[in-house]
Design a protein. Structure first.
Length: 334
C-alpha cells in the first residue's frame, strides 16, 4: 500500500484516472488533508534534481509509491478490513522482484560511473606530466577494469554492512504498539528498500565528484602571478573587497587551499555519509543516532574490503604498484 509523502500515513490511492492516463486527479490524504503524493505528476528530471537536493518527499515517492496508487474512476472504495486476495499477494511479490531488478540495474550503472570517476582521479595524479591528457589504451583499460571490480566489491561490502546493521537496529528498536499510531513507513518497509535508498543517496555524491573530475583545478600554477614572482602584489582589488590580516584567519583560510584540502575525499566521505544517513533516516523512520551507527558499521566493512583489494587494484594502475594501491585506498576509505 502506498503512503502519504507528507505525513507517511498509509493511503489506499494516490490519484484517480478518468478517461486516459493523462487525465487524473490527485487524492488527498485522510490524515493530513494534503495531496498524498504530488510527485505523481512530476517528470523524471524533477525527481532526479530533488534526489540530488535530498528532498524527503521524493525518497518516499520512489521507495514506496512508484508505480502504485492508481484508481480508475468508478471503482469500489477500498476497505481496510477487506480480505487480501491472491492477486494482491502475487502483485506484491512481482513488485518486490521488480525492486530487486531495479537495484541491480541502477547499482551497476552507478558503480560504472564511480569507477570512471576514480580512474580519472587516480590517472591524473600519477607521477609524470600532470598536463598530459589521459588516453584509452590497453594499460588504461586494464586499470579501469580493476578499479571497476574493486568498486563492485567495495559497494557490495558497504551495502552488506549497512543491511546487517539495519537488521540489528530494527530488532533493538521495535515498532510502536497500539494505541500508538504505526507509521506507514514501518508497515510497508522491506529490506530491499535499504540498498535502493543507498543508491539514491549516492547520486548527490557522484554528481559532485563527476563535476570535480571534469573541472579539475590547475595545480601547476600554484596561484602565482603572471610575472612568476610569488611575492609580487596581486594588483588592484575591488573597492568593496574584504581583506584579512589576522594570522589566525589567514591560517584558517589556508586550510581551504587545493594542496591542503582534498575536495574529492570530503565529497565522497563527508557529504556521501551525510546523504546516506539522511536516506536511511527516511526509510527506517528512526533516530539519527541509529542511522549514524549504521553508516559507521558500513564504513568499517567497506574499509576492511578496500584494504584487501587495494594491492590487486594497484597492480593495474601503472607506475609504482604500491603507491597506486595506496592512492586508491586513500580515495576509497573514510
Amino acid at each position: 500500500m502506498p503512503i502519504c509523502t507528507s505525513c507517511a500515513a498509509s493511503t489506499p490511492h494516490l490519484y484517480t484516472i478518468y478517461n486516459s492516463a493523462y487525465n487524473f486527479r490527485l487524492e488527498q490524504c485522510t490524515s493530513c488533508q494534503a495531496f498524498a503524493d504530488p510527485y505523481v505528476e512530476h517528470d523524471n528530471l524533477t525527481l532526479l534534481l530533488d534526489l540530488i537536493l535530498l528532498k524527503r518527499d521524493v525518497y518516499r515517492h520512489l521507495l514506496y509509491n512508484r508505480g502504485l496508487g492508481a484508481r480508475r474512476a468508478g471503482d469500489k472504495p477500498f476497505r481496510k478490513d477487506a480480505s487480501i486476495s491472491g492477486d494482491h499477494v502475487q502483485g506484491q511479490q512481482h513488485y518486490q522482484s521488480a525492486r530487486w531488478w531495479l537495484i541491480v540495474k541502477l547499482g551497476f550503472a552507478l558503480i560504472c560511473v564511480d569507477a570512471f570517476i576514480r580512474w580519472t582521479h587516480i590517472s591524473s595524479n600519477q607521477p609524470g606530466d600532470s598536463s598530459q591528457i589521459v588516453t584509452w589504451n590497453q594499460a588504461a583499460l586494464t586499470g579501469f577494469l580493476r578499479i571497476l571490480v574493486g568498486c563492485l566489491f567495495e559497494t557490495a561490502a558497504f551495502h552488506a554492512g549497512v543491511m546487517l546493521a539495519c537488521y540489528v537496529v530494527l530488532k533493538l528498536v521495535p515498532s510502536p504498539t497500539p494505541p500508538a499510531p504505526v507509521s506507514g513507513i514501518r508497515e510497508q518497509f522491506r529490506f530491499s528498500h535499504v540498498p535502493l535508498t543507498l543508491l539514491y543517496s549516492s547520486l548527490t555524491k557522484l554528481f559532485l565528484l563527476f563535476c570535480l573530475s571534469i573541472w579539475r583545478p590547475d595545480t601547476t600554477a600554484k596561484h602565482q602571478p603572471a610575472g612568476g614572482d610569488a611575492h609580487a602584489p596581486l594588483g588592484p582589488l575591488h573597492p568593496n573587497a574584504t581583506t584579512f590580516s589576522h594570522p589566525l584567519v589567514l591560517r584558517a583560510l589556508a586550510l581551504l587551499d587545493e594542496d591542503k584540502l582534498d575536495r574529492a575525499w570530503v565529497v565522497r566521505n563527508v557529504l556521501g555519509g551525510m546523504a546516506a544517513g539522511f536516506g536511511l533516516r527516511v526509510v527506517l523512520d528512526c533516530h539519527p543516532v541509529f542511522t549514524t551507527m549504521i553508516i559507521l558499521a558500513g564504513w568499517l566493512v567497506k574499509t576492511a574490503v578496500a584494504n584487501l583489494v587495494s594491492g590487486w587494484v594497484g597492480t593495474g594502475l601503472g607506475g609504482d604498484d604500491k603507491a597506486a594501491g595506496e592512492m586508491w585506498l586513500a580515495y576509497s576509505i573514510p
